[in-house]
Ligand binder design. Sequence first.
Ligand code: ADP
Ligand code: MG
Length: 256
Amino acid sequence: MAKIFCVANQKGGVGKTTTTVNLAAGLARIGQRVLMIDLDPQGNATMGSGIDKRTMPLSVYDVLLESASIREAAILADKCGYHVLGANRDLAGAEVELVEVERREKRLKQALADVDGDYDFVLIDCPPSLSMLTLNGLCAAHGVIVPMQCEYFALEGLTDLVNTIKQVHANLNPDLQIIGLLRVMFDPRITLQQQVSDQLKGHFGDKVFNTVIPRNVRLAEAPSYGLPGVVFDASARGSQAFLAFAQEMVDRTRGR
Ligand code: ADP
Ligand code: MG
Protein backbone atom coordinates (compact mmCIF):
# COMPACT_ATOMS: atom_id res chain seq x y z
CA MET A 1 0.00 0.00 0.00
CA ALA A 2 1.29 3.44 -0.93
CA LYS A 3 1.98 5.98 1.80
CA ILE A 4 0.45 9.24 0.70
CA PHE A 5 1.72 12.57 2.03
CA CYS A 6 0.81 16.18 1.32
CA VAL A 7 3.44 18.87 1.51
CA ALA A 8 1.37 21.81 2.70
CA ASN A 9 1.63 25.29 4.16
CA GLN A 10 -0.77 28.03 3.11
CA LYS A 11 2.08 30.53 2.85
CA GLY A 12 3.81 30.96 -0.50
CA GLY A 13 7.56 30.72 -0.90
CA VAL A 14 8.18 28.63 2.23
CA GLY A 15 9.77 25.71 0.39
CA LYS A 16 6.88 23.34 -0.36
CA THR A 17 7.85 22.64 -3.95
CA THR A 18 11.55 22.35 -3.16
CA THR A 19 10.70 19.87 -0.41
CA THR A 20 8.36 17.83 -2.60
CA VAL A 21 10.69 17.35 -5.58
CA ASN A 22 13.81 16.75 -3.49
CA LEU A 23 12.08 14.30 -1.18
CA ALA A 24 10.68 12.50 -4.24
CA ALA A 25 14.15 12.30 -5.80
CA GLY A 26 15.73 11.30 -2.48
CA LEU A 27 13.23 8.49 -1.94
CA ALA A 28 13.74 7.30 -5.52
CA ARG A 29 17.50 7.17 -4.94
CA ILE A 30 17.03 4.80 -2.02
CA GLY A 31 14.94 2.45 -4.09
CA GLN A 32 11.40 3.64 -3.33
CA ARG A 33 8.73 3.75 -6.06
CA VAL A 34 7.47 7.34 -6.03
CA LEU A 35 4.62 9.29 -7.62
CA MET A 36 4.83 13.09 -7.29
CA ILE A 37 1.52 14.92 -7.78
CA ASP A 38 1.56 18.64 -8.53
CA LEU A 39 -1.61 20.29 -7.20
CA ASP A 40 -0.47 23.86 -7.81
CA PRO A 41 -1.66 25.53 -11.08
CA GLN A 42 1.75 27.26 -11.21
CA GLY A 43 3.23 23.89 -12.14
CA ASN A 44 6.59 24.54 -10.48
CA ALA A 45 6.99 20.97 -9.22
CA THR A 46 6.21 19.74 -12.76
CA MET A 47 8.81 21.97 -14.42
CA GLY A 48 11.24 21.34 -11.55
CA SER A 49 11.06 17.64 -12.39
CA GLY A 50 11.90 18.25 -16.05
CA ILE A 51 8.36 17.86 -17.41
CA ASP A 52 7.19 20.68 -19.69
CA LYS A 53 3.84 21.81 -18.27
CA ARG A 54 2.86 23.47 -21.58
CA THR A 55 3.17 20.38 -23.74
CA MET A 56 2.29 17.46 -21.45
CA PRO A 57 -0.73 15.66 -22.93
CA LEU A 58 -2.61 14.98 -19.69
CA SER A 59 -2.42 16.43 -16.21
CA VAL A 60 -3.92 16.22 -12.74
CA TYR A 61 -6.72 18.42 -14.09
CA ASP A 62 -7.89 15.56 -16.36
CA VAL A 63 -7.73 13.19 -13.39
CA LEU A 64 -9.82 15.47 -11.15
CA LEU A 65 -12.42 15.81 -13.91
CA GLU A 66 -12.36 12.04 -14.45
CA SER A 67 -11.40 12.27 -18.11
CA ALA A 68 -8.17 10.32 -17.48
CA SER A 69 -6.79 7.86 -14.92
CA ILE A 70 -3.54 8.47 -13.04
CA ARG A 71 -1.96 5.59 -14.94
CA GLU A 72 -2.78 7.34 -18.21
CA ALA A 73 -1.71 10.79 -17.11
CA ALA A 74 1.46 10.17 -15.07
CA ILE A 75 4.79 10.69 -16.84
CA LEU A 76 8.18 9.23 -15.88
CA ALA A 77 10.69 11.96 -15.06
CA ASP A 78 13.55 9.74 -16.20
CA LYS A 79 16.48 11.72 -14.81
CA CYS A 80 14.72 11.97 -11.44
CA GLY A 81 13.53 8.38 -11.10
CA TYR A 82 9.92 9.11 -10.18
CA HIS A 83 6.57 9.54 -11.91
CA VAL A 84 4.92 12.94 -12.21
CA LEU A 85 1.24 13.73 -12.36
CA GLY A 86 1.75 17.27 -13.57
CA ALA A 87 -0.15 20.54 -13.28
CA ASN A 88 -0.52 23.67 -15.35
CA ARG A 89 -2.90 26.62 -15.58
CA ASP A 90 -5.81 24.36 -16.60
CA LEU A 91 -5.94 23.34 -12.96
CA ALA A 92 -7.00 26.83 -11.88
CA GLY A 93 -10.33 26.15 -13.63
CA ALA A 94 -10.92 22.84 -11.85
CA GLU A 95 -12.13 24.55 -8.72
CA VAL A 96 -15.02 26.19 -10.56
CA GLU A 97 -15.77 23.18 -12.75
CA LEU A 98 -16.08 20.93 -9.71
CA VAL A 99 -18.50 23.18 -7.84
CA GLU A 100 -21.57 21.21 -8.89
CA VAL A 101 -19.99 17.81 -8.43
CA GLU A 102 -20.80 15.59 -5.46
CA ARG A 103 -17.94 14.50 -3.21
CA ARG A 104 -15.68 16.80 -5.15
CA GLU A 105 -13.09 16.87 -2.38
CA LYS A 106 -12.62 13.10 -2.75
CA ARG A 107 -11.76 13.05 -6.46
CA LEU A 108 -8.01 12.61 -6.00
CA LYS A 109 -8.48 9.98 -3.30
CA GLN A 110 -10.70 7.93 -5.63
CA ALA A 111 -8.22 8.19 -8.49
CA LEU A 112 -5.33 7.11 -6.26
CA ALA A 113 -7.09 3.89 -5.26
CA ASP A 114 -6.27 2.50 -8.74
CA VAL A 115 -2.50 2.89 -8.37
CA ASP A 116 -2.17 2.02 -4.68
CA GLY A 117 -0.01 -1.02 -5.43
CA ASP A 118 2.22 0.75 -7.94
CA TYR A 119 4.04 3.05 -5.50
CA ASP A 120 5.66 3.06 -2.06
CA PHE A 121 5.24 6.82 -1.67
CA VAL A 122 2.90 9.40 -3.18
CA LEU A 123 3.90 13.03 -2.51
CA ILE A 124 1.48 15.85 -3.20
CA ASP A 125 2.74 19.41 -3.68
CA CYS A 126 -0.08 21.71 -2.51
CA PRO A 127 -0.79 25.28 -3.62
CA PRO A 128 -0.31 28.17 -1.16
CA SER A 129 -3.93 28.28 -0.02
CA LEU A 130 -6.47 26.20 1.85
CA SER A 131 -8.57 25.76 -1.32
CA MET A 132 -10.56 22.92 -2.88
CA LEU A 133 -7.32 21.70 -4.45
CA THR A 134 -5.53 21.52 -1.10
CA LEU A 135 -8.63 19.87 0.36
CA ASN A 136 -8.41 17.16 -2.33
CA GLY A 137 -4.80 16.60 -1.28
CA LEU A 138 -5.67 16.44 2.43
CA CYS A 139 -8.57 14.04 1.81
CA ALA A 140 -6.32 11.70 -0.17
CA ALA A 141 -3.39 11.70 2.27
CA HIS A 142 -2.35 9.76 5.34
CA GLY A 143 -0.27 12.62 6.61
CA VAL A 144 1.02 16.13 6.11
CA ILE A 145 4.60 17.34 5.92
CA VAL A 146 4.82 21.03 6.80
CA PRO A 147 7.92 22.87 5.61
CA MET A 148 8.58 26.06 7.51
CA GLN A 149 11.13 28.79 7.88
CA CYS A 150 12.11 29.60 11.43
CA GLU A 151 10.92 33.19 11.36
CA TYR A 152 9.03 35.37 13.77
CA PHE A 153 5.50 34.80 12.39
CA ALA A 154 6.02 31.15 11.51
CA LEU A 155 4.19 29.76 14.54
CA GLU A 156 1.25 32.10 14.07
CA GLY A 157 0.72 30.98 10.48
CA LEU A 158 0.79 27.39 11.62
CA THR A 159 -2.41 27.75 13.66
CA ASP A 160 -4.65 28.02 10.57
CA LEU A 161 -3.07 25.01 8.97
CA VAL A 162 -3.28 22.93 12.15
CA ASN A 163 -6.98 23.86 12.51
CA THR A 164 -7.72 22.92 8.91
CA ILE A 165 -5.97 19.58 9.37
CA LYS A 166 -8.03 18.97 12.54
CA GLN A 167 -11.26 19.75 10.69
CA VAL A 168 -10.42 17.49 7.77
CA HIS A 169 -9.45 14.78 10.26
CA ALA A 170 -12.78 15.13 12.08
CA ASN A 171 -15.10 15.42 9.08
CA LEU A 172 -13.53 13.97 5.96
CA ASN A 173 -10.41 11.90 6.54
CA PRO A 174 -9.87 10.15 9.91
CA ASP A 175 -6.44 8.89 8.68
CA LEU A 176 -5.00 12.37 8.40
CA GLN A 177 -2.29 13.50 10.80
CA ILE A 178 0.69 15.81 10.83
CA ILE A 179 3.73 13.65 10.12
CA GLY A 180 6.11 16.41 10.95
CA LEU A 181 7.38 19.94 10.66
CA LEU A 182 10.45 20.37 8.48
CA ARG A 183 12.75 23.30 9.18
CA VAL A 184 13.89 24.64 5.80
CA MET A 185 16.15 27.43 4.51
CA PHE A 186 17.76 27.29 7.92
CA ASP A 187 20.71 29.50 8.78
CA PRO A 188 22.20 28.60 12.19
CA ARG A 189 24.12 31.88 12.32
CA ILE A 190 20.88 33.77 12.77
CA THR A 191 20.01 33.80 16.47
CA LEU A 192 16.30 34.34 15.84
CA GLN A 193 16.15 31.17 13.73
CA GLN A 194 17.74 29.18 16.56
CA GLN A 195 15.21 30.62 19.00
CA VAL A 196 12.20 29.85 16.80
CA SER A 197 13.59 26.37 16.17
CA ASP A 198 13.83 25.80 19.94
CA GLN A 199 10.27 27.11 20.42
CA LEU A 200 9.06 24.78 17.70
CA LYS A 201 10.64 21.78 19.42
CA GLY A 202 9.23 22.88 22.77
CA HIS A 203 5.75 23.14 21.31
CA PHE A 204 5.62 20.22 18.86
CA GLY A 205 8.19 17.85 20.37
CA ASP A 206 9.00 14.86 18.16
CA LYS A 207 6.66 16.17 15.44
CA VAL A 208 9.66 18.27 14.42
CA PHE A 209 11.83 16.28 12.01
CA ASN A 210 15.43 15.71 13.11
CA THR A 211 16.71 16.68 9.68
CA VAL A 212 17.19 20.39 9.07
CA ILE A 213 17.41 21.74 5.51
CA PRO A 214 19.99 24.54 5.27
CA ARG A 215 19.72 27.55 3.01
CA ASN A 216 21.77 26.45 0.01
CA VAL A 217 22.06 28.16 -3.34
CA ARG A 218 22.36 24.86 -5.28
CA LEU A 219 18.78 24.02 -4.26
CA ALA A 220 17.60 27.35 -5.66
CA GLU A 221 19.57 26.94 -8.91
CA ALA A 222 18.39 23.41 -9.69
CA PRO A 223 14.83 24.25 -10.90
CA SER A 224 16.20 26.31 -13.81
CA TYR A 225 17.78 23.07 -15.07
CA GLY A 226 14.49 21.18 -14.64
CA LEU A 227 15.97 19.07 -11.86
CA PRO A 228 15.61 18.67 -8.10
CA GLY A 229 18.78 19.69 -6.23
CA VAL A 230 19.33 16.07 -5.22
CA VAL A 231 19.70 15.15 -8.92
CA PHE A 232 21.39 18.37 -10.07
CA ASP A 233 24.18 18.24 -7.50
CA ALA A 234 23.93 15.40 -5.01
CA SER A 235 27.02 16.54 -3.13
CA ALA A 236 25.64 20.01 -2.24
CA ARG A 237 24.87 20.55 1.43
CA GLY A 238 21.17 21.09 0.74
CA SER A 239 20.98 17.91 -1.34
CA GLN A 240 22.72 15.90 1.36
CA ALA A 241 20.15 17.18 3.85
CA PHE A 242 17.26 16.08 1.59
CA LEU A 243 18.84 12.64 1.17
CA ALA A 244 18.99 12.37 4.97
CA PHE A 245 15.38 13.54 5.14
CA ALA A 246 14.30 10.82 2.69
CA GLN A 247 15.87 8.22 4.96
CA GLU A 248 14.20 9.81 8.02
CA MET A 249 10.82 9.58 6.24
CA VAL A 250 11.36 5.90 5.45
CA ASP A 251 12.30 5.23 9.09
CA ARG A 252 9.42 7.27 10.54
CA THR A 253 6.76 5.73 8.34
CA ARG A 254 7.97 2.11 8.51
CA GLY A 255 5.11 -0.23 9.38
CA ARG A 256 2.42 2.26 8.52
P1 ADP B 1 6.71 27.20 -2.22
O1 ADP B 1 6.47 26.00 -3.07
O2 ADP B 1 6.29 27.01 -0.80
O3 ADP B 1 6.11 28.44 -2.82
P2 ADP B 1 9.48 27.01 -3.12
O4 ADP B 1 9.90 25.61 -2.85
O5 ADP B 1 9.10 27.35 -4.53
O6 ADP B 1 8.31 27.44 -2.14
O7 ADP B 1 10.66 27.95 -2.61
C1 ADP B 1 10.61 29.36 -2.72
C2 ADP B 1 11.96 29.88 -3.22
O8 ADP B 1 12.98 29.58 -2.27
C3 ADP B 1 12.41 29.23 -4.51
O9 ADP B 1 13.04 30.19 -5.30
C4 ADP B 1 13.39 28.15 -4.07
O10 ADP B 1 14.35 27.86 -5.06
C5 ADP B 1 14.02 28.79 -2.86
N1 ADP B 1 14.44 27.80 -1.85
C6 ADP B 1 13.68 26.83 -1.30
N2 ADP B 1 14.38 26.11 -0.40
C7 ADP B 1 15.63 26.64 -0.38
C8 ADP B 1 16.83 26.35 0.36
N3 ADP B 1 16.87 25.37 1.28
N4 ADP B 1 17.91 27.13 0.12
C9 ADP B 1 17.88 28.12 -0.78
N5 ADP B 1 16.80 28.45 -1.50
C10 ADP B 1 15.68 27.72 -1.30
MG1 MG C 1 5.23 25.77 -4.74
